[in-house]
Design a protein around this ligand. Structure first.
Ligand code: 3PG
Ligand code: MN
Ligand code: MN
Length: 564
């Protein structure tokens, strides 16, 4: 028995044996959609994934990877890596950050908690700074939540508010930043009409300013710090709308990569550096791309870059971003408590886990996807003697459409070696290509990305074959299978010049789950009695493949075992 009488011991599966190595392969951003020229998975040569599909319905099926199936507020919400890998690893559906913030704002509870009361202390004499992603993407943040917080904070005494925006173009259409800035400017102007001194103070594109992840490139965070905290940036404008419009007019400009800018007053002084006595809230609910800034804002000992000036502030995150590090220590809304994940159960039942991830550079680095997210937003090992996390360093300083193969083959080779070593019961892999290249909106490059991801799957499945193991291949959400914005009837939408509107974001599409390998009991097949399974059903399935029954409160397994 563990703490509070919890038993970590999983019952033996009545029919399935233990001891077969299991490869769990997550293709990032790999959904199932109609076959047309904007479906890069369809256009690419993907013989391995195609052959898995031939195993339908017994060994290949689709599961939901978006909306309420992964704990998001509605079925209009596309899936994403955080909620997808959370569900895959935790085997249950938890109300996610987006939903928890919605609820806290709707009930007003957000204003009653310790976090808000803490920052409120600064309202009388200081400025409230809100820093975060400005869009309605719903992956890291949402504009309507920012709007409600602005209203709520000003009604509760915030007299001077500065918003530090990060333009998106990744979870929403490129170019949409202008509209979001207009909306925010209107809101701020209304607040000014009510006597609140409210303005946008700085900005920049999310992938170039602030929102790096997994400590990949601290310069990204430094650029943000300089603009947001110090009030220094290479570009200075009188208004954010002028800033975004002007910077977007530069050749090859893109919302994701706009350079940092600050807003200055008539005398050229920045309107909103962060000063002693101010309050700061990072408004993103999603953790991965806020953790680095949270460290810079919170840690007294910090050596990742020269902060130059460290104001004495009251800082709160929208959520707590890392439960293990307790970072930040003060937050407005409690995060989902994702406990008893499948990784923890398997470690405690003697399964050794090898999570092989690729660290990408300018941005993503999905290192935390099959570790941090998989383990319920928990950094670090459950048991270092049983787990090994291997990071394959990515190319640096590029967008991945120029190197769409990324490090997929190296990841696959490391996974192969792990399987062949005989040291691991589970080899867990994330292949990032479909997602990372899909986000660039470059269709040709995304086709190359899908082809190489398929080649990587082959390397892993060949190794599974060699060791007599089992594979489960799936994805965390869609992306590469649809690269065009469509109307309700599915027709591609055109922009004003007659070009197609490129979809850089994820999708609402379901994702495949395929099982097989020589170690798979011959009677195993997908059940037909679960109507709309989702990613959360995968964890129990994987536990079965290891010869265990899943805990009774896990979403049910996808498989059954016929007697033969
Ligand atoms: O952070 C990102 O790169 C995107 O907003 C979402 O992509 P991911 O959920 O696949 O990481
Ligand atoms: Mn993903
Ligand atoms: Mn993505």
């Amino acid at each position: 028995m563990g703490r509070s009488g919890l038993s970590w011991t999983l019952p033996d599966h009545p029919k399935l044996p233990k001891g077969k190595p299991v490869a769990v392969v997550v293709l990032d951003g790999w959904g199932e959609a109609n076959a047309d020229q904007y479906n890069c998975i369809h256009v690419a040569q993907t013989p391995v994934m195609d052959s898995l599909k031939n195993g339908a319905p017994e060994k290949w099926r689709l599961v939901k990877a978006h909306g309420t199936a992964v704990g998001l507020p509605s079925d209009d919400d596309m899936g994403n890596s955080e909620v997808g890998h959370n569900a895959l690893g935790a085997g249950r559906i938890f109300a996610q950050g987006a939903k928890l913030v919605d609820q806290a704002l709707a009930s007003g509870k957000i204003y009653e908690g310790d976090g808000f009361n803490y920052i409120k202390e600064s309202f009388e004499n200081g400025t409230l700074h809100l820093i975060g992603l400005l869009s309605d993407g719903g992956v890291h943040s949402r504009l309507d939540q920012l709007q409600l917080l602005l209203k709520g904070a000003s009604e509760r005494g915030a007299k001077r508010i500065r918003v530090h925006i990060l333009t998106d173009g990744r979870d929403v259409l490129d170019g949409s930043s202008v509209g979001f800035v207009e909306t925010l400017e209107n809101d701020l102007s209304e607040l000014r009409g009510k006597g609140v001194d409210a303005q946008i103070a700085s900005g920049g594109g999310r992938m170039y300013v602030t929102m790096d992840r997994y400590e990949n490139d601290w310069d990204v965070v430094k650029r943000g710090w300089d603009a947001q905290v110090l009030g220094e940036a290479p570009y200075k404008f009188k208004s954010a709308l002028e800033a975004v419009k002007t910077l977007r007019a530069q050749p090859n400009a893109n919302d994701q990569y706009l350079p940092p800018f600050v807003i200055v007053d008539d005398s050229g002084k920045p309107v909103g550096p962060v000063l002693d006595g101010d309050a700061v809230v990072t408004i993103n609910f999603r953790a991965d791309r806020m953790v680095m800034l949270a460290k810079a804002l919170e840690y007294a000992d910090f050596d990742k870059f020269d902060r130059v000036r460290v104001p004495k502030i009251r800082y709160a995150g929208m959520l707590q971003y890392d439960g293990e590090l307790k970072l930040p220590s003060i937050y407005l809304v409690s995060p989902p408590e994702i406990d008893r994940t499948s990784g923890e159960y398997l470690v405690k039942n003697g399964i050794r886990t090898f999570a092989c991830r690729q660290s990408c550079v300018i941005e993503t680095v999905k290192f935390g996807h099959v570790t941090f997210f998989w383990n319920g937003n928990r950094s670090g090992y459950f048991d270092e003697s049983k787990e090994e996390y291997v990071e394959v360093p990515s190319d640096s300083g590029i967008t991945f459409n120029v190197a769409p193969k990324m490090k997929a083959l190296e990841i696959a080779e490391k996974a192969r070696d792990a399987l062949l070593s005989g040291k691991f019961d589970q080899v867990r892999v994330n292949l990032p290509n479909g997602d990372m290249v899909g986000h660039t909106g470059d269709i040709e490059a995304t086709v190359v990305a899908c082809k190489v991801a398929d080649e990587a799957v082959k390397i892993i499945l060949d190794a599974v074959e060699q060791v007599g193991g089992i594979y489960l291949v799936t994805a965390d959400h869609g992306n590469a299978e649809d690269m065009v914005k469509r109307n309700k009837s599915g027709k591609p939408l055109l922009d004003k010049n007659g070009g197609i509107q490129i979809l850089t974001s994820h999708t609402l599409q379901p994702v495949p789950v395929a099982i097989g390998g020589p170690g798979l009991h011959p009677g195993v097949k997908f059940r037909t009695d679960i109507q709309t399974p989702g990613l959360a059903n995968v964890a129990a399935t994987v536990m079965n493949l290891h010869g265990f029954e899943a805990p009774s409160d896990y979403e049910t397994t996808l498989i059954e075992v016929a007697d033969n």
